[in-house]
Design a binder for this molecule. Sequence first.
Ligand SMILES: [Zn+2]
Ligand SMILES: [Zn+2]
Length: 252
Amino acid sequence: MKSILIVSMVELKMKKIRLILSSFLNLILPKFCVNCQREGFYFCDDCLLFLSESNLICPVCQKSSYFGNRHKSCPKLNRLDGLVSFWDYDGSIKEAIHKIKYQGLFDVLEEVLEQTIYVFEKDPFRFSIFLSFLTDEKTLITFIPTNPVNYKERGFDQARLLADHLARTLKKSTSVLLKKNRNTKSQTGLNKEERFINVKDSFSFIPQGSGVIEKVLLVDDVWTSGATMQEGCRVLKNNGIKEVWGLTIAKA
Ligand SMILES: [Zn+2]
Ligand SMILES: [Zn+2]
């Protein structure tokens, strides 16, 4: 048992080393546009024009919500209080997320986030509730953990990369509040109801010692049915957290 543990720890270390090497190589190797393969940046000037900003929605009924907050008339119990997704999960953004997730090209994320800042700057009023939540010193930043088997294969957690980046920008640190209890099958191909069943009870809460946690930002890469985020939120709220907003790069 002990030797199996040592072998898997060595494997994980090797994966991390390979990832560090590959992200170093990414810095010195030429970059190609994720969409048209033109050399220079991961998003070339032409393809940038086609990035499609996502409308903000209420995380419960998934209908339009100007500030991304949950409608007052929508069910409240253990649900997300708000949601911000920046882009439609399509074209270059979809390609970029695939490059991060399956090829470990972390610097793609930097370029995605650079573009995301422009979205905020263009319409700060629309993001005002979210930004005051995000910058509140009581708000902790956490993420949806990936399946243990995926983590073992890839050696990183894509949602954590995003959470870490955001936390660094805000001079905070990422809090690890959720643990994945079991491997869940891919949500792709499942209908909405099956997606909720698939992730039910798949997370547990990691207590953070003393002190009450009031507000949490829950980060993930893509919002599709919202099943995973709502399940993560349910676990957080069952453990006393009062307000939870979700943040994803893209919305399908
Ligand atoms: Zn291009
Ligand atoms: Zn609603």
